[in-house]
Design a protein around this ligand. Structure first.
Ligand code: LFR
Length: 475
């Protein structure tokens, strides 16, 4: 294993990174070799990702990776879920992909639900209702000008992987977020594709995490300096799937919170829970690595803070985020909370004002200062984390002894402590880069260098990490 190197491309809605994973006798060591910003911008009447620009950042990152490490074995790609690019018959991208926060699906949700009853949708896909799930986006797309020219759709990590290798496949964990995959068989649902008038071969065939997609295109190898034998290996290309692999759990009795732009809160199960109660609680059964089920809910996340900071920076001098967080932490407990899942908080715009309204809707008084608003966000996130963990247990019958908080939010000591206090459980925080870690671990495992069993794999990862422990106050 000594010195084997893997590369992770991990792109979230607000930032991306290319990370080297060096495997030696003490474990898998991560080095971020390139970071870049991301964000959707309004172009041509829609909120869009600059995927072409992101691909240029990927190449820059891979170039930095090659310069630092000769002999990179493979590269894996993950991004956020549900979004896709449309290709014409010549394989060219027809337009920069529309971002999931765009409002275009508002008018088609009812139409979709008239074609397929929501109860049937849940029974087949097990997917939480979110207005931006791919099936709604595609239904909006069918009414649009590009549709007659569409030959194929590729989910975003698959599209980046295609630009690196020339190979077109749909990675299975991300496919599970489309609302078009059967949660029980984990194959495309012919029933739903037909009911929605979508071609059965709209997406390329599935590929499972750990399978090799193919070697780099000669031109990509030349431009990055990577060896032409470097392959792209499928990983949990849905960032949350990789984050869950990267949860450094000791045994199976764990809950996780992957805390980034969104908060993904739940359990890992052996099989989906497709009951009416589960649907009523809006829990999702996303596909995990090794056929596991990621039983979770999307809760609001750090987007609420990011978007507030962005708004304040537009109004005047950019606020000092660390100072604001410190001031928020110094405020007394028991302040107002709001529903972090309010649909009204999904779109970009004046977030502080919408949060103030949400607080008032919950019977509180609007936060008088920026610090108070930040505190209300953190208190409300922790309330959501505690409630959702308990709900996941009740609905699945699986117990969680500890809560692992991973991702950017794991840096926030106040959020971790509040989660411990409100959930009454020990919270273990870290790593921040759980997603890149899970991406790299699946590659190293595919190379035969880490344990095949997911539990053993996680224990190996844990051995190399320093986790922070938060015990519930008063216990
Ligand atoms: C997190 C995430 C969530 C998904 C949302 C939109 O980054 O991938 O799992 O619901 O973004 O794609």
């Amino acid at each position: 294993a000594d010195g084997a190197v893997f590369g992770a491309v991990d792109i979230g809605a607000s930032s991306g990174r290319v990370v080297a994973g060096v495997l030696d006798d003490d474990g898998l060591h991560l080095e971020v070799v390139h970071r870049f910003a991301n964000g959707a911008v309004e172009v041509d009447g829609h909120l869009r990702w600059d995927l072409t620009g992101l691909f240029a950042e990927v190449l820059t990152g891979l170039t930095a990776l090659a310069a630092r490490h000769p002999g990179v074995r493979s590269v894996g790609i993950d991004t956020w879920a549900v979004d896709y690019g449309l290709l014409g018959s010549d394989g060219a991208l027809l337009a920069e992909p529309v971002a999931y926060r765009d409002g275009r699906t508002a008018s088609v949700v009812d139409l979709v639900h008239r074609r397929v009853d929501p109860a049937r949708l849940y029974a087949v896909t097990g997917l939480q209702f979110l207005p931006f799930n791919t099936l709604y986006q595609l239904s909006a797309e069918r009414e649009g000008p590009l549709w007659p020219r569409v030959a194929q759709a590729l989910l975003l990590p698959d599209l980046l992987a295609c630009w690196l290798t020339g190979e077109r496949r749909t990675e299975a964990t991300n496919a599970s977020t489309t609302g078009l995959l059967d949660a029980t068989t984990r194959t495309w649902s012919t029933e739903l594709l037909e009911a929605l008038g979508l071609p059965l071969d709209l997406f390329p065939p599935l590929i499972q995490p750990g399978e090799t997609l193919g070697p780099l295109l000669p031109d990509v190898a030349r431009r990055t300096g990577l060896d032409p034998t470097t392959t792209v290996v499928a990983v949990g290309s849905h960032d949350t799937a990789s984050a869950v692999v990267g949860v450094p759990a000791e045994d199976r009795a764990f809950a996780y919170v992957s805390s980034g732009t969104w908060s993904l809160v739940g359990l890992e199960l052996d099989a989906p829970v497709l009951t009416p109660q589960s649907r009523a609680a809006n829990f999702t059964n996303e596909g995990g690595v090794d056929g596991r089920t990621r039983y979770l809910r999307n809760e609001g996340g750090l987007w609420l803070l990011q978007e507030s900071l962005r708004h304040w920076a537009e109004e005047g001098p950019a606020p000092d985020q660390d100072a604001l967080l410190a001031a928020a932490a110094a405020l007394p407990a028991g302040g107002p909370v709001f529903d972090v899942d309010a649909p009204d908080l999904i779109a970009p715009g004046d977030m502080p004002r919408r949060i103030a309204r949400a607080v008032q809707a919950a019977g509180g008084t609007a936060p008088p200062t920026r610090a108070a608003l930040v505190r209300a966000v953190l208190d409300s996130l922790a309330v959501a984390y505690a409630r959702t963990t308990a709900e996941a247990e009740a609905l699945s019958g699986q117990r969680a002894a500890v809560v692992h908080l991973v991702g950017g939010g794991s840096r926030n000591a106040l959020l971790c402590q509040l989660t411990a206090d409100l959930s009454g459980r020990t919270v273990l925080s870290g790593p921040v880069e759980a997603t890149a870690l899970g991406n790299l671990a699946v590659q190293a495992r595919a190379a035969g260098l880490l344990p095949a069993d997911l539990g053993a794999l996680r224990r190996t990862l844990r051995a190399g990490l320093a986790l922070e422990t938060y015990v519930p106050s008063g216990s």
